[in-house]
Design a protein around this ligand. Structure first.
Ligand code: PLP
Length: 428
């Protein structure tokens, strides 16, 4: 029955051996994929219910210009986000330019000079180092007299409760918890674990604001951090919740006061959420959110497929083939630059856009080694679309994520397998 499919894989450069190896791996994942589909089903219904409860109408899909007063679509979308995340309020705007901006906004608007910020889960995402002032930067929190404390995770990835307790003091105003491992090797935190950490911290200091960097985590589980006590969750619309359709944007969901502070900072004191024209972007925000649960599920299946394929070939993978998933990122350690480069070339060759481009390692600003990146995305830099990158330094690991459809993610991984085989790094 599959001759046409096998033939088109062949036309796309996949050998019989790689095809059969991939097929075998996939056949072993039926149960796993079924569980992912069940989560997607629940989350799809959660999103539809939020849209219905908030009476999304055709008029909501149109935008405003100028000041953007009385923007029905924008205000309704924010109500929909608040319903999906079970929060009092939400700020969802194209004027929030990326995930880092959303996080910076949430932090800067809710902290005041003399306050202290605490990360009880180790070093935050690279770009936040300059926001906080861990690496000096103009306009950092440090410049405004906001101090920072960090408690690293223990060797086994668990929370260092003893030192967290010691770190919370009278100045501690906000606790930032990064859900995803980002580009580190620590485990990603499950929503349940985040809930436990928040309870512990609130037990010490009930009025502390608990914020979760939710990037890459949305819709991977049925619960979100705001279901387990987070006062704010923050993320990017060119990752999971934009469903691949949002061309820009970020969100902050949470307690009314926290969101209001953020809105006053984003626009201006006194104006807050009242201004900010949505222009023509709302249809993509709504439709992207509508697609986000199944798009995330496809990306998740791609990550599981890759973990199983590369583990079988003898490479170290994080998370491993069987571990439960709490974000969409997959790391594969090759141990050689050639492996990282061949993998990225495979991802690029599978792209719908720019498939003919050959990615090369380059000196990217802000990194201390060369980095190779593969992406052929409809939205520039979108990492819910299939993409990969790896710093050219030991342990020579590649991080990849995304895929708007599982079929594309699967094909992308098959191209990487073909690419590393063609480079003579494995035999099938
Ligand atoms: C992507 C990401 C960010 C930053 O988002 P940008 O849109 O790249 O600015 C922050 N934290 C985590 C965990 C991320 O994955």
């Amino acid at each position: 029955m599959n001759t046409e499919t096998e033939n088109i894989y062949k036309e796309l450069g996949i050998s019989d051996k790689v095809y059969r190896f991939s097929k075998e791996i996939l056949d072993s994942l039926k149960q796993r994929f079924c569980e992912i589909d069940q989560t997607a089903e629940y989350n799809q219904l959660k999103v539809i219910k939020a849209m219905q409860d908030n009476k999304v109408s055709e008029a909501c899909l149109l935008g405003t210009t100028g000041y953007g007063y009385n923007d029905l679509g924008r205000d309704t979308l924010e109500a929909v986000y608040a319903s999906v995340f079970h929060t009092e309020d939400a700020l969802v705007r194209p004027q929030i330019t990326c995930g880092t901006h959303a996080l910076a906004l949430a932090l800067m608007s809710n902290l005041r000079p003399g306050d202290e910020l605490l990360s009880p889960v180790g070093k935050p995402y690279d770009t936040l180092e300059e926001v906080i002032g861990i690496r000096p930067s103009k306009g950092s929190l440090a410049e405004y007299g906001i101090t920072y404390k960090q408690v690293d995770l223990l060797e086994d990835g668990s929370f260092d409760y003893e030192n967290i307790k010691k770190a919370v003091n009278e100045k501690t105003k906000l606790v930032t918890i990064q859900r995803s491992k980002g580009y580190q090797t620590r485990p990603t935190l499950s929503v349940q674990k985040i809930g436990k950490l928040i309870s512990f911290i609130k037990g010490i200091k009930p009025d502390v604001i608990c914020m979760v960097d939710n990037c890459y985590g949305e819709f991977v589980e049925r619960l979100e951090p705001t279901d387990v006590g987070a006062d704010m969750a923050v993320g990017s619309l060119i990752k999971n919740p934009g469903g691949g359709l949002a061309p820009i944007g970020g969100y902050i969901v949470g307690k009314k006061e926290c969101v209001e502070n953020a809105a006053y900072r984003l626009t201006s004191p006194g104006l807050g959420k009242e201004v900010g024209a949505s222009l023509g972007i709302l249809k993509d925000f709504y439709q992207g959110l509508f697609l986000a649960p199944t798009v995330t599920a496809g990306a998740l299946k791609g990550a599981v497929f890759a973990a199983n394929a590369y583990e079988k070939l003898g490479f170290a993978v994080v998370p491993d083939s069987a571990q439960s998933r709490h974000d969409i990122i997959q790391a594969v350690t090759f141990g050689t630059p050639e492996g990282v480069i061949a993998f990225c070339k495979g991802i690029q060759a599978a792209a719908p856009v720019d498939s003919f481009v050959t990615p090369e390692p380059w000196d990217m600003p802000g990194y201390d080694s060369k980095v190779i990146m593969a992406a052929g995305a409809f939205v520039s830099g979108s990492s819910i679309e299939l993409s990969a990158d790896g710093p050219i330094k030991p342990p020579y690991a590649v991080y990849f994520q995304g895929g708007l459809t599982f079929e594309h993610a699967r094909f992308g991984i098959m191209k990487t397998l073909q690419s590393i085989a063609d480079a003579g790094l494995v035999t099938f």
